[in-house]
Design a protein around this ligand. Structure first.
Ligand SMILES: CC(C)(COP(=O)(O)OP(=O)(O)OC[C@H]1O[C@@H](n2cnc3c(N)ncnc32)[C@H](O)[C@@H]1OP(=O)(O)O)[C@@H](O)C(=O)NCCC(=O)NCCS
Length: 377
């Protein structure tokens, strides 16, 4: 090692820029988009309104919201050629298929050669709609079915669920999905948003940034946890088994999925909104054991609250998707569907006062090696 440096592994606790988009107080468990508390948005707003708020920095009036909603609806259909791309990658994990397809979409975007703020916002709004269609189109294509055309009669959440199997869900189900999208719309400088900013930092375009964001989101330490929580709930199988199951994980120093967070050391303020949703939905569906299993896991983890390990947003989300008939490997893509407005505004912010993001690595390898010709090695 050539010199002493202060390392910040994982960039933990490092501020790398300023943002006006999302406020997080991890100690108190507070989350605000543009100054509006997530509790108010989850209870009173919609994904469309929240997306407008994030992107334009203010709540829309009626006219603005209706124009924005019409714009989102008008972008739901994919260019025909994109279905060929989806076909080629149909056997990939849905996140990998989404990553490849979003990347390919840049070729068909009418603003592809325009990196201005206005064009970037237009592209971000288009992506918000298109990503939802891609996820469900890929799902149907991989199952040998025709993709279901998006409907412009439904809101974003309703249309997303409709494209799964062509059935219009009931209003409670749509509202819960809508809430889930609101809760996932942005979250500061997490791994995927940071990745998107790194790409935007080189002045590459939003399709590149979102493609990279999707790649970062696909890992189990980030977006993958909802899928793992559902698997854990299935493995537990019965509320009575939950305590022992959790004890075994902890004894083996394994992680309980859906718990812990890099920033929140209090309960993730998003989790509570989904908890009530799981309770209602699992009773409505006649499968209350899922809610009971999750509650028993929370109980078993309660001693860990003292160490700042609480439920996070992914803990309750998975069961909601499962009860809606959504297969497990679509859980992370759902996170991506909700997150596009957040990535859009973060890319725009990055462009506004752009700087190349280029930290340093402390070199710990060998030095001053004499070059040996291949014949002598
Ligand atoms: C999200 C996560 C990666 C954040 O981790 P982090 O900030 O880097 O914290 P660390 O991994 O350093 O963990 C700190 C301590 O808490 C423990 N811990 C953290 N999350 C835990 C969990 N879910 N279950 C059990 N123990 C956990 C670690 O084992 C570690 O203990 P130690 O100090 O005795 O070694 C981590 O909490 C995790 O893996 N959670 C499960 C996956 C998940 O739900 N991800 C979705 C996040 S929204």
């Amino acid at each position: 090692m050539d010199k002493e440096v202060t390392l910040h592994r994982g960039l933990q606790g490092v501020y790398f820029d300023r943002s006006e988009t999302t406020f997080i107080d991890g100690k108190e468990g507070i989350l605000e988009y543009r100054g509006y508390n997530i509790n108010d948005l989850a209870e009173h707003s919609s994904f469309e309104e929240t997306s407008y708020l994030l992107i334009y920095g203010k709540l829309p009036n009626k006219e603005e919201l209706s124009e924005f909603d019409a714009m989102l609806k008008s972008y739901r259909k994919l260019p025909e050629e994109i279905f060929d791309v989806i076909n080629v990658v149909k056997d990939s994990h849905p996140m990998d298929a989404l990553r490849t397809t979003v990347s390919a979409l840049s070729s068909f975007d009418e603003d592809r050669n325009d990196n201005s703020e206005e064009a970037t916002i237009r592209k971000g709004i288009r992506l918000t709609s298109q990503v939802a269609t891609i996820v469900m189109a890929h799902h149907n294509i991989r199952n040998g079915k025709e993709p279901i055309d998006p409907s412009d009669k439904l809101n974003h959440a309703g249309n997303f669920l409709y494209m799964l199997n062509g059935k219009i869900p009931d209003q409670d189900t749509i509202d819960l999905m809508d809430k889930d999208f609101v809760l996932h719309a942005d979250h500061g400088s997490n791994a995927s948003a940071f990745t998107a900013r790194v790409v935007a930092g080189t002045s590459a375009d939003i399709h590149g940034a979102v493609t990279a964001g999707i790649a970062a989101l696909s890992g189990p330490s980030h977006g993958g946890a909802a899928e793992n929580v559902m698997q854990m709930a299935k493995d537990i199988g019965n509320p009575e088994n939950a305590e022992n199951y959790v004890k075994n994980l902890l004894v083996n120093r394994e992680r309980v999925m859906g718990f812990g967070h890099r920033v929140y050391k209090a309960e993730d303020p998003r989790a509570g909104h989904l908890r009530e949703g799981v309770r209602k939905l699992s009773h409505q569906m006649g499968e209350p054991e899922w809610y009971q299993i999750l509650e028993k896991v929370v109980e078993a983890m309660s001693p860990y609250a003292r160490r700042g390990i609480h439920v996070n947003v992914d803990f309750f989300a998975g069961v909601i998707y499962y009860l809606n008939g959504i297969p497990q490997d679509l859980f992370v893509p759902i996170f991506a569907v909700g997150r596009i407005p957040g990535w859009t505004i973060q890319v725009v912010e990055q462009f506004r006062h752009n700087i190349l993001i280029r930290p340093l690595l402390q070199y710990t390898g060998k030095r001053k090696q004499g070059y040996i010709p291949i014949s002598d090695r």
